[in-house]
Ligand binder design. Sequence first.
Ligand code: GCO
Length: 461
Amino acid sequence: MTFPEDFAWGAATSAYQIEGAVDAEGRGPSVWDVFCRRPGAVWGGHAGDTACDHYRRYAADVALMRQIGLRAYRLSIAWPRVLPNGVGEVNLRGLDFYDRLIDALLDAGIVPYVTLFHWDLPQALEERGGWLDRASADWFAEYTTVVARRLADRVTHWFTINEPQVFLSHGYQTGVHAPGKKLPRKHVLQMGHHVLLAHGKSVQALRAASEGPCEIGFAPVGTVFVPATNGPADVQAARQMMFSVHDDSLFNNTWWMDPPLLGRYPIDGIRRFGADSPDVQPGDLETIHQPLDFFGHNTYSAQVVRMGAQGPECVPSLPGGAMSTFRWTLVPEALYWGPRLFYERYGLPIHVAENGMSNTDWVALDGKVHDPQRIDYMARYLRKLGEALRDGVDVRGYFYWSILDNFEWAEGYRERFGLVHVDFATQTRTLKDSAFWYRHVIAGGGDALFDPRPAPAALAV
Ligand code: GCO
């Protein structure tokens, strides 16, 4: 058996992408509500106002998760639902929703993994300066405490912050995500420092509010590099690229992962960013460097590298190579080398916090949704993850992104990532072939992945 008995076979979502009900029961606006109103900001003028209407349909959605046999489900909490102004007055009805959702999951035998921040910053806080204000770390700690006091008796697995690289770059550098600002890099790196500080304070708040043991990680993204061959020089090229600040963008691993996990900013990053590096106050790195229980990573694709005469060289993908409708290339080795190299550097158990592909899925004439590419994608990636496990990497869980088709940020509803098809006009859910296939994989503890026979396209419920 390759996958351990208690492996967290999961799927993931985030609040703004599925909940809808943006004005319901006291929720305040988030930066995404405001951004979606901006003409041209989101493809097709789409918004998360209704999304999957999960706020009202959560019980039926949990029933679908149970039908698929999920062991774990990664959700996020909408900060503005809990604290409409970001701090201060607590909206109890918002907390009640998460209370009911967590209970429904536990009743279904599904372990909730709760992300505290998946990009829906309360608009009220953005107007007070958002992440650029150092106080943002305390705002986040306050919010964490409110959530944990209510849920930590039942929630034992937490992610603090999802993908700082993405919401900071897209939201504040290029402006293609909410709140759509274009700020100088100096400001964005200062915000990044406050985000890391917020992570550290949130971990402290979670530990303080949890009576029993809890497991905490965070979920950065950053590029995974895979070696062109298994030869030691190419592996070294991948390692070097994974763990260096090798360009001027924010999309590297170490700038975001070394401070929380090793207690320092990488020196090559400080050199490269120079005067744009953030102001760090005494004690900040100690606050950021809290003990963590696992390392979460969102891994969809990877860059292939080899060692050339002058150092690591990127190997371009072949014309016509396999890719999703998002045009992300298929590189299953990402789930071997990502976990393996992260485990080697940081020494923490690994959760694949997101992995998945978008496709042009629709309900066929036979009433089913046939998505063979997704089945093949998952089988290839999960086999590689299995190889990492066999080679001694401590992998604890895998969260397919996503359980439902949902609001894909600036792309609106055009990128379908779900195991379950959502008809956004009627809110009808249809399990895709991949959902039945995943059920088969989970039921057999992963063994079906290694069955040389082709994966069954769809199994009757
Ligand atoms: C992200 C977010 C998700 C996305 C998913 C597909 O990674 O960007 O965590 O919210 O929807 O990754 O792009």
